[in-house]
Design a protein around this ligand. Sequence first.
Ligand SMILES: Nc1ncnc2c1ncn2[C@@H]1O[C@H](COP(=O)(O)OP(=O)(O)OP(=O)(O)O)[C@@H](O)[C@H]1O
Ligand SMILES: CC(=O)N[C@H]1[C@@H]2OC[C@@H](O2)[C@@H](O)[C@@H]1O[C@H](C)C(=O)O
Length: 368
Amino acid sequence: MSNAVGKKGPVRALGAMSGTSLDGVDAAVVVTDGHEILGFGESEYRAYSGDERAALRAALGQWPGGPDVDAAEAVVMQAHQALLSGFRDVALVGFHGQTLAHEPRGRGTFQIGNGDALAQALGLPVVWDFRSSDVEMGGEGAPLAPFYHHACARWMGATAPVAFLNMGGVGNLTWVDPRIARPEDEGALLAFDTGPANAPVNDLVFARRGLEYDKDGALAMQGTVETGALELFLDDPYFSRIPPKSLDRNAFPEMMSLVGELADADAAATLMGMAAASVLRGMEHCPEPPERVLVTGGGRMNPVLMEMLSVALDCPVQPVEAVGLDGDMLEAQAFAYLAVRVARGLPTSCPSTTGVKICVGGGQVSTP
Ligand SMILES: Nc1ncnc2c1ncn2[C@@H]1O[C@H](COP(=O)(O)OP(=O)(O)OP(=O)(O)O)[C@@H](O)[C@H]1O
Ligand SMILES: CC(=O)N[C@H]1[C@@H]2OC[C@@H](O2)[C@@H](O)[C@@H]1O[C@H](C)C(=O)O
């Protein structure tokens, strides 16, 4: 491995992420030495078909040996092989796979996708299974993008604390102090999952209207937030728990019954209100207010959510494009960056990002 990537100098790494909202696979190239972002390369997206998504949905919440796991893994492998084989001049691949279940203090964390098979298929070294060793060392195994967020904050020249907020299926927040040069050093990072983001509204519009998501917040925009339901939701002890902390995609099953009696638009607005309020509760845990909140993930495209966040938070809330980053590809880039760190023996998580006992470089490396 060290031969393919070496110990120093820039590497063109390809990262791939299949996220909790089950929309598709993102893949992106980052040029990095494992410390700094030295450049960005091509990126591509491959959407899952309706049938593929149904196979993934069927397996959600299952563990190894579950009845629908093999079929879901076949979908993940085929989608990644098709997408990643189109990239050229790549030294290694960071392959996140698809999370089916996440219970770090219980049965562990489970991502499907086999890095050995992908390495054979692509003829490239593949870093994968990023989360298990962190969990084994007492960590949450998530979120893992924070080390990359730290690199992003330094890349953009930030001189004061900023926050990155990923609004995917689940929300996660990283508070970064860019004045501290190494992400693993004390005070550089605080990270945690804020709460549900888009997954519940996706599930709602799928169940009630057969839609994949509430495009541009069209439905939520017509509704009002039911404050009683919102308050009940915020009573969940998760929000006052001190971070680091992480969530399974379906960690708040009661959300659906809280909005169950509401009309479609009010239910969608209330679920968005819950996502935004979770972030506000999360901000209480930051060591000091960030200068701004940079939003990544599909939720930044939802004007209803962005407006709610702007009203709730005490600082500017902007999509990451405001600083020249790509909010569709940031997580795929993160796994490219983390792959280089793993290959070079650098940590990918630390006590303040996942609660792990000591800094850990997660991930297995498979060579073709
Ligand atoms: N134009 C839009 N309007 C409203 N919502 C949108 C829009 N575009 C994307 N989304 C939402 O964003 C989701 C996809 O976000 P993203 O790709 O960041 O999620 P993910 O990476 O799968 O999740 P996670 O980060 O939790 O793993 C969609 O399922 C949808 O709910
Ligand atoms: C277990 C798991 O897959 N968690 C995901 C999920 O999606 C968002 C949030 O929950 C975050 O904790 C994580 O993904 C991002 C990429 C991360 O690890 O930073």
